[in-house]
Every structure is written in C-alpha cells, then in structure tokens.
Ligand binder design. Structure first.
Ligand code: PMP
Length: 422
C-alpha cells in the first residue's frame, strides 16, 4: 500500500536546513500533492522513493537517463576509469577522444568544449556570441528555458535589469517576431538562441517549421551573428545529430547536456570554425569540468548511441505510450492533447485551464506506480519495454477512471495558479 511517512519526515527536516525545503527543478513544490521528494534507488526504468514505493519513471532525471539508470556498459566504463584518474591537475586524453567523437557525430561542429551543466554550456554560448564580433544583443524566445543564470532564469529574484539589458525577446516559431527583434538589436546583434522545438512548461509542445529555422539562420548570417541551438533537453532524443539537422538548418553553436553521460555529470558546447577564435578567447572553466570519469561515461554513451537502435526503440515505446493514452482518453470520453516528439511526450487535458484535471490525473497515476509530470515535458528511455508500457497503461487507465469519477471535486493548486497567472 502506497504511503509517504518517511518522505514527509524528511521534508520537515529539509525545511529547517535547506532554503524553501528544496530548490530548483527537482523541488516538488509545483508537482501534485504527495509527490515524493526523496528517492533512494534508480535502476533501469524505475525509481524507488524513500518509503520504498517504486515508480516507472517518465521524467528520467529530467533528461539524463537515456539508456536506463545504471546502464551496465556505461557503469563499467565509469568504474574502470575511476580506478585510474578522474578530477586531477590536468585533463586525461579522454577529453580529446570525446571531442573527436562529438565532432564526428554533430554535423555543424568542428570543435567541442566540455563542462558540467546545461547552464554552463548556454552561458559559454552567450559569451562566445559576444566575443565573436564584440556585439552585445542576444535574442531569446519568450518563455524558453536556457538555464539558471541571471540572463536566463525564469524567476526574477536576485536578478537586476542590467543582467538582461541586452536580451531581446521574440515569439518562438514566428519569423516576423524574430525579424522585429533583429531590427531592435539595431546593428548590435551578437547571437540568436533557438530551442530545437518549443518545449515550454505548462504548454503544448510544437515543432518548428523549416522556414522559421531558415529565417533564424539567414538573419544570423546577414548580421554576422551566431545562431545557437540549445539541445540540452532534446539532444539525442530526436536524432543522432543536432536536432535542427533533421530540418536541414545548421547552427554555429549547439549546447548539450543531460544525456551525454547517461547520468554522469557532463555537458558540452559544440561549435563551428566561424566561432573557434571567439571560443578560444573566453575564460570559461570549473574545478570539475575536466574530470575523466564522466568523459568515460560519455564516450560509452556515444558508442551506444551510434551502434544500437536505442532511438528507434525509444520512438516505438514512446508511440505505444502516446497511442495508449489517447485510446484510453477517447474510450472514457476525456479530451487530452499529447504533443511533441514521442520520446519527449507532453500531456495536457482539454477544458483544463488551471491544470486541475492534469494534476489529479498525474497524482492518481503516481499512487499507482507511474511517475508523470503535469506541467513539464516527460522523457522516455531506451530501457523501457512494451511490458513497462502495458504496466503504465494499467495505472493510467485506472487514473482516468478516478478523475472521471471525482472531476467535480478536483481543486487547482494555488502555487500553479500563481505561476501560470490563471
Ligand atoms: N537548456 C534547456 C533547454 C534545458 O532544458 C535545461 C535544463 N532543463 C538547461 C538549458 C539547463 O541545464 P542544467 O539544468 O543542466 O543547467
């Protein structure tokens, strides 16, 4: 029987010693009531919370779990490397092997720099774009997430206007809005940031059309600025290359993170020769950026990406999940929208402006052993099988029944209403 007594106790302790009880994207403050905050095990497709409840995990550590938690080949590479050298006085030869491997896989790229988090990579992209021609303005789509730095964080606390004085916002997917933003840069355009497709929180996902991506490319060229694709979230879940390669548009820079080491801490910035000098001029570094163990994990992850059909398997499983959800919703007469790539599914409900139905549904699925998100896109991983999806659909089928019967009593979360302004 599901219970969360230990989780509740830990949360109380955390409130005393961790600001707000928890911070950042892994705080469950915005998740449905009772969502566990603390976990003690992650293996394959499953996570186990501190009370021993096991979930099929459709958040995949918010991305890093690509091949299954503790993938045996990756973990072997980790332990082999651990016995030799990790963080040290200088990088190991693996940094060259890894740069070569990434350059050989990412078509637009001639060089690589490695760091720890996605925010490190997008910050380097910002600096390189400015170092490139000494210009200042960067274009960013409204509501797009590019990390937790002052220029990009979604929260205003601790940020001053000057941090964003040279950030100009435009509407994602709208070529005219992009053109207008370029005009307002008034000859001072350093770079254009692009998420590979629209994956904002609390919103349906949408794929970009080629024309929009091409307009971004052309505007960057016309103004001698850099085009940057932020592939931190979608990288290697859509294609084995930069995600915009699939629509035929090549950026100058692309930011990578999350999946690179299948959970080991490593991210990357990839760039072309146009951006090479600027990249060699900026000062960007960190105590752990050169550590060898995550690089060994990344080399093995990349080998699996190249040599196996992990991506095709993920698409098949993601499609089975999506088709199953759609069929269940139709049968029970509840409108849902499943949007985005099958490997990064987003679920929203019709007639649910304050998200109460979606929250009720995810809570009901969670109590039946399936961890979903009602506001953020989800992730599949290559360890998921048809059996996992059958088990997932058993839980979601019961969750649909539950919200159908108690829909009238569902309440919106006050935190969500404050966030979304609904
Ligand atoms: N860009 C995108 C598109 C992301 O999804 C994220 C993380 N959710 C980041 C940047 C920042 O990555 P990190 O949390 O590793 O700093």
């Amino acid at each position: 029987m599901w219970n969360n007594a230990k989780d509740r106790m830990l949360r109380e302790r955390a409130t005393e010693v961790i600001p707000g009880g928890m911070y950042g994207h892994q705080s469950v403050a915005l998740m449905p009531e009772d969502t566990p905050q603390f976990f003690i095990k992650a293996e394959g497709t499953r996570i186990t919370d501190v009370d021993g409840n096991v979930y099929i995990d459709f958040m995949c550590a918010y991305g890093p779990n690509l091949l299954g938690y503790n993938h045996p080949d990756v973990m072997r590479a980790v332990s082999d490397q651990q016995s030799r050298i990790d963080a040290s006085t200088g990088p190991s030869p693996l940094i060259v092997d890894l740069a070569e491997a990434m350059v050989s896989m990412i078509s637009h790229a001639d060089w690589a720099m490695f760091c720890k988090n996605g925010s490190d990579a997008t910050m380097m992209a910002l600096m390189i774009a400015r170092a490139y021609r000494g210009k200042r303005k960067v274009l960013v789509a409204r509501k797009a997430y590019h990390g937790s730095m002052p220029w990009s964080t979604p929260r205003p606390a601790g940020v001053v206007d000057e941090d964003r004085a040279h950030v100009i916002y435009f509407d994602y997917g709208d070529p005219q809005s992009l053109k207008d933003a370029v005009v307002s840069a008034d000859g001072d355009l350093a770079g254009i940031f692009a998420t590979p497709y629209r994956h904002d929180v609390f919103a349906d996902q949408s794929m970009p059309d080629r024309e929009y991506a091409q307009v971004a490319r052309d505007l960057a060229d016309e103004h001698d600025a850099l085009l940057i694709v932020d592939d931190v979230r979608a990288g290697f879940r859509v294609t084995r290359d930069c995600t915009w390669e699939s629509i035929g548009v090549r950026p100058d820079l692309s930011a990578w993170g999350k999946v690179l080491g299948n959970g080991q801490p490593i991210s990357a910035l990839m760039g072309n020769n146009r951006a090479r000098d600027a990249a060699s001029q900026i000062y960007a570094t960190g105590s752990y950026w050169f550590a060898a163990v995550p690089m060994a994990a990344a080399l093995e992850t990349l080998r699996i990406i190249r040599e196996t059909k992990y991506l095709e398997d993920m698409h098949r499983i993601g499609k089975a999940f999506r088709d199953g959800l759609n069929a269940q919703a139709k049968d029970i007469g509840i409108g849902v929208r499943c949007t985005g790539p099958e490997t990064l599914p987003m679920l929203q409900f019709e007639d649910d402006p304050d998200f109460r139905v979606c929250y009720g549904f995810c809570r009901a699925a969670m109590k039946r052993g399936v961890y979903l998100s009602p506001y953020h896109n989800m992730f599949t991983n290559a360890a998921m099988t048809e059996t996992d999806i059958a088990q997932t659909l058993e839980a979601t089928g019961a969750a649909f029944e539950e919200i159908k019967s108690n829909r009238a009593s569902l309440q919106p979360s006050t935190k969500v209403m404050a966030m979304t302004g609904s």
